[in-house]
Design a protein. Sequence first.
Length: 87
Amino acid sequence: MDREDHIINIDLVSESVLTAEEKNVFNTLYTEVRNPVAHGLTYRLYEPMLGRKSAHIYEVDTNYGVVYEKASVLRIEHIFDLISTKN
């Protein structure tokens, strides 16, 4: 985590890759969205999205991308259905 903070807060901002405002937006997204989702919802979504229980806790951590992809596709399809039926 220290290395990540260093890269974002020092390297990227000091090299003008990110502005201070963009860094703050990134930090907010990371702490308010990414962390709660990654550490809370993954375990709740694993079985409903993949149709099976995990064999062990590390399986959930290593397959979170598949879980989020499937959940995202389902949400996007739902939104599309709502939009396309309201003419």
